[in-house]
Structures are given as C-alpha cells and as structure tokens.
Design a protein around this ligand. Sequence first.
Ligand code: XIL
Length: 334
Amino acid sequence: MKHNSLYIGTAVPNRVFSEWGKYSDVVTKSFNCFTPENEMKPDALLDGVGSRASLPESYTHAKVRFLSCEPIIKTAISTGAKVRLHTLVWHSQTPDWFFTEDYTEGGALVGRDVMLCRMESYIHDVLSYFIDNYPDLIYAVDVVNEAFDRDAGDDSGVRRKNNKWYATVGDDYYYQALRFAKKYSDGKIGLFYNDYACMYKPDMILSNLKKARDEGLVDGIGLQSHLTVGENLGLYFDAMKKFADAGYELQVTELDIGIKEKSKENLRLQAEYYGKLADGIASLKASGTNITALTVWGISDELSWRHGEYPLLFDENLLPKPAYFEFFPKLCGI
Ligand code: XIL
C-alpha cells in the first residue's frame, strides 16, 4: 500500500521478526515504518554487567549494546521502511542500577552531576550509533517519554513519582535530555516529546516544554493515543490544534483503540471510531496541520499489550478487522 505525505507505522516486537514468514505480508503491505515495541528502550540497550565490570572508568559512562535492535534494523533496511527510535529518557523500562553509585540494583543513587554525565553519554552513544551506522534510517526519536502527569507530578506536573530521573537530576531532567539530544542529533532526525493522554493535558505539556521549544531543542510532540471507543475525539483534535498552533510537528505514535468484549456491535463501533479518527486527521492535514506520521501500537490483537481489549486492526488470524477498512483507505488518501 502506498502512503503519500504521512508515514504509517506499526510497533514490532522481535518476536515478529523471528516469525517473519508469517507476518511479512501484513506488515509490508500496510506499513512503511516501524517502532521497536521494547527493543530500543534503555533496559534493552544498557549493559549492567559490562558497566560494573569496567568501573571506575564506566562511572559516568554506562555501556550500551545494540544486539536487540539487529532484527528491526535488518528488516527495515531490506524492506525500505523507516524506524522510530523509542525511547531515550523514561521513568519506566530503565534499569535501577543505571542510577546508582556502583551500578547495582540496591546501590545509593548518584547525584545530579554524575547522572547528567550518564544521561549525556547514553544519549550520545545511542544517537551516534544510528547516525554513524545507519544514516537516514531513523526518522524520529522519542527523546523524552511521559514526563508530565498531574497525579504523579510535582506542582508543574513534572513526574516525580517512581521516577529516578527526577530523583537524581531533578525537575528539569526532560529539558536536559532534549538539550543533549539536540547536541548529538544530525539535524535530520525529528526530536520528539512523547506522552499518553495528551488530550487531557495539552496546556501542561506546552507550558513545561516552552523553554526547550523557544531554544529550538524539540521539534515535535508524539501523541501516544491509547484510546478506548467512546472517548471524546473533539478533545483529541483540540489538543492537536493547540500543539500545531504552538509550532510543533505532530505524530500519532502508539495508536490503539480498545473495546470491552469482542461482539459484532463493538467491532462495528470500533471501526466507526477508527474511521472518525482518520477523518479528523485527514481534515487537519488538509488545513495545513503538520502531522507527519501515524503508528499503530502493534499488528494483531493477539500481539497487543492490551490484547484483552482487542484494540488493533488485524485479528488473531492476521485478517483485517472492520476497523481496518474504515481506517486505512482514509489515511492512504491523505
Ligand atoms: C509497552 C509495550 O507494548 C509492552 O510490551 C511493555 O511490556 C510495556 O511497554 N507507553 C509507551 C510504550 O511509551 O513504550 C509502552 O509499550 C506502552 C505505553
């Protein structure tokens, strides 16, 4: 399938590449870019044993390795797909040892200066690996993921709860991450702030990102878009408009739309909802909104992290669901 001004992607776990014969048709016919579902997260790339073994030299420079990324890189290159780098700085799926004095789970946390060195070296090592070895493969990077949350955050909404970045670096950790990503970027990879529930907190996101935006450190906002049928799409499009008015490039990065049980009626409602989302995106694009990519968070319901909610476009037999037919033709017309 051909897409025009929009990358259309899917999240792909390594499991799919190890059974590529089964999935290749579905993936390559519908999608022209991939996001590794877990394989480029810090817990996949950071090498605790290697870092510990080479203390004290590695004290401010934890080791990284890229074994987990090989299948996605190889398949993207052979099929001509682009890759979204997800994600550099996140409170989740980042090992506890990365933040401690001796790189052990239970060690004392390091202070701000040391953690800023580790953040810088990590961002440098990951970005330069891809830029040097695979120029033009990565179209965007989620530099910071999920840094703002009213309930889990401080007075400005910066995530404090269960967040070792906040505990070590402090409340500007997301700004520092964007600063380092800008420093080591090749100027071609889009630098993104990515978050969930963006429709419920657009102003908080915009005000927290303002300084970084004014300094040219962030290009775009990624709207994860883990939705449920019935959620207010008006709010969703309003948030998109607010972000676009503030000058951001927009990407839908992790779309899935849940239903309660898999009845015929629910599948129809899901299809209708997917269709409305595609219509809204098409009309925003038509009026000049800078939406550049849309990624669905997985291939089939069976593979989905929300598999109990049947949120994706293909069923367990890899057959297109009603949602597929309401969604894809509209998007591909953009
Ligand atoms: C999820 C993956 O889909 C799961 O396989 C994993 O166990 C947990 O993470 N926001 C994100 C994604 O940015 O990285 C998350 O992916 C879903 C929520």
